[in-house]
Design a protein around this ligand. Structure first.
Ligand code: SAM
Length: 435
């Protein structure tokens, strides 16, 4: 979502005749887009602002701004700890970035804008943005109030963009060559509940499916609490929706889930996994897990390990619990030490890597469709792309396949973070869809 916001800001500033530069020394304006989800992300911002302070001393004309969730949450602290910052604005003010920067330039005084704002759909992107894949925000905010999470404070209430606005954006992207869209929302599967007439993500995806040029539809992040049979059926029935579901579990212990205010038990979560696998037997599953939530005992942690083993995820994101200001969990008793969090983090990662590798191995010798996004990271002679299940595949295109093609590749080898393959049987068959 932050990448998406950064792209919009770069697009809006282009209209004010700003251009992106790779080099901070060349910049007239530097905006740091921030995340407040964990303390580590915030620490990085303050150290970045320290570096930018030096740059600003060398070039007093430079405008330095902080945007995003941390700006929303910590504007006073940013002003105190980083007086070199000229501009602080939250996500609701993104649409007005041009005007805010101009106010700094004219007034020579810090400008703050961290209030509420109307829901605005911004579709501008800089020329450097990927043409092949794009994020599309379908809703803003979150009302789940998980006790560990700061998002409801920083991003406000759930507000969905109307389907027609989203479809216009997707049609525009398709016309520019986009083939894959990822629909974004903090709880993307709550999409449409607040609209009149009410609608849902399943209906939105069916409408996007009809947009010519788009080949793949992804969506993230879903909350188990809002996972409906209609959405599961859409993953099964809407052809362009990829067979990949990211369903954050957070913990395998019912006691911890209750204290997190997640709104489901491990049994209910497993019933959803069963329903997803019944509908789409080959579906790839990924999840988010938090280790070291306040009061997490060794038995609670063992329940998380057991869930991971039971579900068999293809990918897992593990986070050490980070107390966030203003959230109920931050003041819960029995906070867990950094050492215990680090130990649980390492044990969980060991298990998740082992399971994910075993699941990848099952793909050896399978033919997969790969949307070619570019050259391989470590070998410019090879092409690289992703499967519908979001696996990276590197392969030799033999001059037959170009970036933007959807190629048919036979998997030959499983590496920790990617698959290797060869073009499927005959070169004529290899490119199944080409522009
Ligand atoms: N809306 C999603 C949900 O909860 O279903 C979560 C999106 S959040 C941006 C991404 C992940 O960050 C969460 O799923 C959670 O695992 C992690 N996270 C959020 N707050 C955290 C905290 N205080 N400490 C550690 N990890 C956290």
């Amino acid at each position: 979502m932050n990448e998406y916001d950064s792209e919009r800001v770069a697009g809006l500033l282009r209209a004010q005749r700003y251009e992106l530069t790779e080099c901070a020394d060349d910049a007239d304006l530097i905006l740091v887009n921030t995340c407040a989800i964990r303390e580590k992300a915030e620490d990085k911002v303050f150290s970045k602002l320290g570096e930018l302070g030096k740059l600003k001393r060398a070039n007093p004309q430079l405008v330095v701004g902080v945007m995003g969730c941390m700006a929303q949450l910590h504007q006073a602290e940013i002003q105190r700890r980083a007086p070199q910052v000229d501009l602080v604005f939250g996500s609701p003010a993104i649409a007005r970035v041009g005007e805010l920067v101009e106010r700094v330039r004219q007034g020579g005084r810090p400008v703050l804008d961290t209030g509420e704002g109307p829901l605005v759909k911004i579709t501008t992107r800089p020329p450097a943005a990927s043409r092949l894949k794009a994020y599309v925000t379908v809703m803003e905010g979150c009302e789940k109030h998980c006790t560990f999470c700061v998002v409801p404070t920083t991003r406000g209430r759930e507000r969905s963009h109307p389907p027609e606005t989203i479809l216009d954006e997707v049609r525009g992207l398709a016309a520019e060559g986009c083939r894959e869209v990822t629909l974004l929302g903090q709880t993307v599967n709550a999409y449409g509940r607040d609209l009149t007439p009410r609608t849902d993500l399943a209906a939105l995806m069916a409408a996007i499916d009809a947009v010519e040029g788009i080949e793949r539809i992804r969506f993230t992040t879903s909350n188990p609490y809002n996972l409906t049979p209609r959405l599961i059926a859409a993953v099964r029935d809407v052809p362009k929706v990829c067979e990949w579901f990211h369903l954050p579990l957070q913990s395998g212990s019912d006691e911890i889930l209750a204290r997190m205010n997640r709104g489901y038990t491990r049994r209910e979560y497993l019933a959803l996994i069963d329903a997803l696998r019944d509908a789409v037997p080959d579906i790839s599953l990924s999840t988010d897990l938090i280790v070291g939530f306040p009061g997490e005992t060794e038995a609670d942690f063992a329940a998380t390990l057991a869930m991971v083993e039971h579900v068999g995820y293809d990918n897992v994101f593990v986070f050490r619990y980070s107390p966030r200001p203003g959230t109920p969990a931050a003041t819960m008793p029995d906070q867990i030490s950094a050492e215990v969090k680090a130990d649980r983090n390492a044990r969980l990662l060991d298990l998740t890597t082992r399971i994910a590798t075993a699941r990848s191995r099952r793909r050896v010798d399978a033919d997969v469709g790969v949307l070619v996004g570019g050259t391989a990271e470590k070998n410019a002679g090879e092409l690289s792309g992703r499967t519908r299940c979001n696996r990276i595949v590197n392969f030799d295109g033999q001059g037959m396949v170009a970036i933007g093609d959807l190629a048919r590749v036979r998997v030959t080898e499983v590496l920790p973070h990617s698959l290797r393959g060869v073009l499927a049987a005959t070169p004529e068959e290899a490119v199944c869809l080409s522009r």
